[in-house]
Design a protein around this ligand. Sequence first.
Ligand SMILES: [Zn+2]
Length: 184
Amino acid sequence: MKTKRGSGVKRCMFLRSGIIIQLIINLIAFSACSQNAGRHESSINPQKMAVNKTEEQWKKELTPLQYNVLRQKGTERPFTGEFDDFFEEGDYSCAACGALLFHSSAKYNSGCGWPAFFEPADSLNMLFKRDLSYGMVRTEVMCAQCGGHLGHVFDDGPKPTGVRYCINSVSMVFKPSGQKKSPE
Ligand SMILES: [Zn+2]
């Protein structure tokens, strides 16, 4: 049986045209950073997240850019993020739920335009998902507590891990350690 789908298709086309700009930004942005880390995919069930809020709640709590990146898997423009060129000592947590993500000791300057880390503070705080969007094969990194989109992970990082967590600044909040690095 035929159904009237014209308006739905038009709406869909409109939405698609709306993300073309984002698509171009991503293609340019990730052309230099498009290797797949080939990580195991996490089983993801949004209903079982420790922090499970409605999209309306997230919209109220997050800034528009945070909402776009964390909840809609957007990407901040390269070289614009607060923590891209930032190397203070302290911890980075999820901007949506506060879960600890990275220590500053794992941060390095990748030159990629986004904050880069060679290891997470606790990999249990992260979920990994194969991402085939924009014609690329990448591994998406999400917060395991709230499901928020953080960025991607690639296999072109420095020693000792060889991986690069390429994370949106806007997905994180920084807390300075407030103490000097202890001698080792
Ligand atoms: Zn989170």
